[in-house]
Design a protein around this ligand. Structure first.
Ligand code: ATP
Ligand code: MG
Length: 423
């Protein structure tokens, strides 16, 4: 036998059992995005490396060490599997002049790639659902994004997520803060770890995000971003907060919250949970007013967020009232060749009535088919043998609750099953 070929480390097959949960999530997400007027956009998974270097920032974890970058053998171009989709979405909007008629609410979903150490909730191919509102300046759209996330958690039955909120202020106040932070960190250079020392002059805000407990005190005592903030920045932030308060959204202000990508300014936030261990951030977003211009577009404000689908699904599964995988309504059990043909047609008729039907293709004994019916999770077995075929009827038997088997025409069976009305 030839040796087995396995999937690439950190890249997962999503098997049918799981994939059903994915579809349930995707159905909910589609309705939710429509309810807020977001229109889908689909970008290629491969982009020029330059796009991410310019948008995410050369001295960020993602660009420094997490990207799948390679040279196209045929033309020598440097390409990268997208580590996130905001840059691609903005590139596409610029390339196709999407903002010409006015601001755009866009959404996307799909796989992202980062070369990280695989562990629970952290993979090398993972999935995001994200939205980008391009061309909107006001705090109302920042608040809309947060309110809409809260609605999605409710729709998915997820309770255990909390909102952490911060503002990085305008680019100008962020620059001022950066200088002041560097000074503070330099004064304590002796206790900085290697990562922090490396970032001190390239990306000092990221030091605030360090998970190293030895830096905790230093970070606690660091100057506060809001101390350097101009009035307009504070006003924008207050605008977001007042809309959230009115919508009844609870949040925690976290002045240390910075994002791993360089393009953010003003509002930034994360939805975090305590129930996923170390990988506790389920969704993250904020405003990135400079990005469109930075990658060659006409200057325009924008904001957006992205959620990690694997982490959201993990939460869905641990939610106390999460629905199980979608079982079929009917498992169709049949015996005998001619009865098989009648059964095949009957399955189609049941589906015409809107039922989900799994047709037995095992050809096994009645007993083994009934076992399969039970294992499928179906609510009903519809049974067709010679007797049923001669009467042009079907037998239905409830599988999840007590009840007698009964015989009737296919249309009536469908009606009874839909009403759940078989005694
Ligand atoms: P983290 O701090 O967990 O590395 P991040 O700040 O790098 O997250 P973002 O770039 O903001 O993450 O991506 C948005 C969301 O995508 C994250 O909140 C998370 O839910 C998810 N995510 C990011 N990286 C991964 C990964 N490697 N595997 C699974 N999900 C991920
Ligand atoms: Mg990361």
């Amino acid at each position: 036998m030839a040796s087995k070929i396995q999937a690439v480390r950190g890249m997962n097959d999503i098997l049918p059992e799981q994939a059903q949960l994915w579809e349930r999530f995707e159905d909910t997400v589609r309705d939710w995005l429509r309810a807020y007027g977001y229109r889908p956009i689909r970008m290629p998974i491969l982009e020029r490396t330059e796009l991410f270097v310019r948008s995410i920032g050369a001295v960020t974890d993602i660009v420094e060490k997490e990207m799948y970058t390679f040279v196209d053998q045929l033309n020598g171009e440097s390409l990268t599997l997208r580590p996130e989709a905001t840059a691609s979405c903005v590139r596409a909007a610029i390339e196709h002049n999407l903002l010409y008629p006015g601001p755009q609410r866009l959404c996307y979903a799909g796989p992202m790639f980062r070369h990280e150490r695989p562990q629970k909730g952290r993979y090398r191919q993972f999935h995001q659902v994200g939205v980008e509102a391009l061309g909107y300046a006001g705090p109302d759209i920042d608040a809309e994004h947060i309110v809409m996330c809260a609605r999605l958690w409710r729709a998915l039955g997820i309770g255990d997520v909390e909102l952490e909120l911060n503002t990085l202020g305008s680019n100008e106040s962020r620059r001022r803060y950066r200088a002041r932070l560097i000074k503070h960190l330099e004064q304590h250079a002796a206790i900085l770890d290697e990562d922090a020392r490396r970032r001190l002059h390239t990306n000092p805000l990221r030091v605030l995000d360090s998970k190293n407990p030895e830096l905790k005190e230093l970070i606690e005592n660091a100057p506060r971003m809001t101390d350097e903030m101009d009035a307009a920045s504070l006003q924008h932030f207050e605008g977001v907060q007042s809309l959230l308060r009115e919508a009844g959204i609870a949040y925690r202000l976290n002045p240390r919250l910075v994002r791993g990508l360089d393009y953010y300014n003003f509002t930034v936030y994360e939805w975090v949970t305590g129930s996923l261990g170390a990988q506790g951030t389920v969704c993250a977003g904020g405003r990135y007013d400079g990005l469109i211009e930075q990658i060659g577009g006409k200057p325009a404000p924008a904001c957006g967020f992205a959620m990690g689908v694997e982490r959201v699904l993990e939460l869905m599964q641990s939610a106390p009232h999460a629905a199980g995988t979608a079982a079929p309504d009917v498992y169709l059990v049949h015996q005998g060749e001619t009865a098989g043909h009648f059964a095949f047609r009957s399955a189609e008729q049941l589906r015409d009535h809107g039922l989900t039907v799994v047709f037995d293709c095992s050809g096994g004994s009645f007993k083994s088919q009934m076992k399969k019916a039970d294992a499928s999770g179906a609510r009903y077995a519809v049974i067709i043998g010679d007797d049923e075929m001669q009467a042009q009827q079907v037998s239905i038997k409830p599988l999840r609750e007590a009840g007698e088997q009964r015989c009737c025409a296919v249309a009536q069976a469908a009606a009874l099953i839909k009403l759940n009305g078989v005694e």
